[in-house]
Design a protein around this ligand. Structure first.
Ligand code: ZN
Length: 485
């Protein structure tokens, strides 16, 4: 008995020792020994004025293509060309599907695979009558150290900062070894046809990029649980699918209803789908994200992450209790539209629901559709893909190797205090189309903003900090220079 107790005690001591040693050693991995980069001087008010001017072009894409003011996109591009003459002087620029722009800065070494920088020209609608805008959304007002307006972050923030940096680099006489491609889609917010066409064009030309850089990650402050700066690189992007469920039944007078009604059947189907969620758990991206952010976390969390072999299930449960991290770890189910009935005393013959899925990389359009069919299990309910718009989840890009290291080094050299961590992008970006061109897609723009400002994207009072924008110009300059060097 004594021996067993001693044995248990020894096992406990060893376990505690392992836990403590792993926790302490994880806390040490925070130093960044990359030397600070020499950054160019940037005239912050001038750069902000250009962002403000870009916001004033109301390049809004509407769900219905015909409602979009397409000629304005060409006016916007004329302005870009006059504002960034050095950049447009060194690239070969071509229009794709009329309004998307493909710019190629030819490198001298044909053996190096190009790096592609993406940014989109269009923005989502906004109106003063939405209420709550402090400044009109298309005035580009500069106030309290911010540029306000629709697109200040998404994505004119990236587009203009990238062009400011690349224009300065072109003016310096820089000659890239590696070919640099700048692709500016025109309809990211509705369908991404421009980006799709450009990626197909690159494929047809046999161009296999070394990496693609797009929006979708940034340098965040004020993240709960992670004090300080967190440079979040999107290494994966979820897929997209909306299924339309159409329940059919006998219509007629509501005084003599059949046992099977369209609305009742549809409601049951939705309940069944929500009750059968998709697998949700820690994947490689989440594991790497935890490892990267742990050094800044309080001891308790750090201990749990350093010892996932022991605390893994506990950590996963915590992650699943937060909407964002749950969405990052599995395919999500969101019933978004229900359409049925026309009169309170008449039974509809049809009831329709739309359910939006954001597909995790372990699932696919086909597996999600199959899952839903199996769960609903009702031959009177027709299940189809809505509008044929869907995208498969992206591949997971390399983390800690390949182009990730290149990007991490740029961040370490420019934001020495930032933790760099991979992340799964739960929304959609133009970069998803480039999965046909390369596995290595990184969604990251080098501007700092507060986590609370995320809600302003597609929301009210979208804004870009003037100082953060100037820094983004400096970092893009370096990023493009390193990409070409
Ligand atoms: Zn965007």
């Amino acid at each position: 008995m004594k021996k067993i107790l001693l044995g248990l005690l020894a096992a406990l001591v060893v376990t505690v020792a392992i836990v403590v040693v792993r926790t302490v050693s994880l806390g040490k991995q925070v130093q960044n020994d990359v030397p600070l980069a020499d950054l160019i001087e940037v005239d912050a008010p001038q750069a902000a004025a250009n962002l403000s001017r870009a916001i004033r072009f109301k390049t809004v894409t509407m769900q219905n293509r015909a409602d979009t003011d397409w000629p304005l996109f060409l006016e916007f591009q004329t302005w870009l060309k006059t504002t960034y003459p050095n950049f447009y002087g060194v690239v070969q620029s071509e229009q794709v599907l009329e309004y998307a722009q493909l710019n190629v800065w030819q490198g001298s070494d044909g053996a190096l695979a190009p790096i592609v920088f993406l940014a989109h020209q269009d923005v989502v609608p906004a109106s003063m009558s939405d209420g709550g805008w402090d400044y009109p959304p298309f005035d580009g007002t500069i106030a309290d150290g911010f540029v306000y307006g629709r697109g200040a972050i998404d994505d004119k923030g990236s587009l203009i900062a990238l062009l400011e940096g690349a224009d300065r680099l072109a003016a310096s006489g820089f000659k890239p070894k590696r070919t640099l491609i700048f692709a500016f889609g025109h309809d990211e917010e509705v369908a991404g046809r421009g980006a799709d066409a450009i990626s197909k064009l690159l494929e047809a030309r046999g161009i296999k990029p070394y990496a693609v850089i797009d929006e979708g990650g940034a340098i965040l402050t004020g993240m709960s649980g992670v004090p300080g700066l967190l440079a979040s690189i999107g290494v994966a992007e979820k897929g997209y699918l909306t299924l339309k469920l159409t329940a059919k039944a006998r219509g007629g007078h509501s005084s003599t209803p059949p046992e099977y009604t369209a609305i009742g059947a549809l409601a049951k189907a939705i309940t069944k789908i929500e009750a059968s969620p998709f697998e949700n758990g820690r994947d490689v991206v989440m594991t790497e994200m935890l490892r990267a952010t742990a050094p800044r976390m309080p001891f308790k969390q750090r201990m749990a992450i350093a010892n996932l072999w022991l605390f893994g299930p506990l950590v996963e449960n915590n992650l699943r209790s937060v909407d964002l991290t749950r969405a990052m770890m599995g395919t999500s189910i969101a019933p978004t539209i229900i359409d049925a009935g026309f009169k309170e005393n008449a039974l509809p013959r049809e009831a329709v629901a739309y359910i939006n899925f954001r597909i995790h990389s372990r699932d696919s359009i086909e597996s999600v559709t199959e899952h839903v069919r199996r769960v609903v299990d009702d031959e009177n309910i027709e299940i189809s893909m809505n509008d044929n718009i869907g995208s498969e989840p992206s591949p997971v890009s390399q983390i800690g190797t390949g182009p990730y290291l290149w990007l991490e080094e740029v961040i370490n050299a420019t934001f020495p205090d930032a933790l760099v961590a991979p992340n799964t992008v739960v929304g959609g970006t133009d970069s998803r189309f480039f999965a046909r061109n390369t596995d290595d897609i990184y969604r990251f723009a080098p501007y700092v903003f507060d986590a609370s400002d995320i809600a302003r994207i597609h929301g009210l009072n979208e804004r870009m900090n003037v100082e953060a924008f100037a820094k983004a110009v400096q970092v893009y300059y370096l990023m493009v220079e390193k990409a070409g060097g």
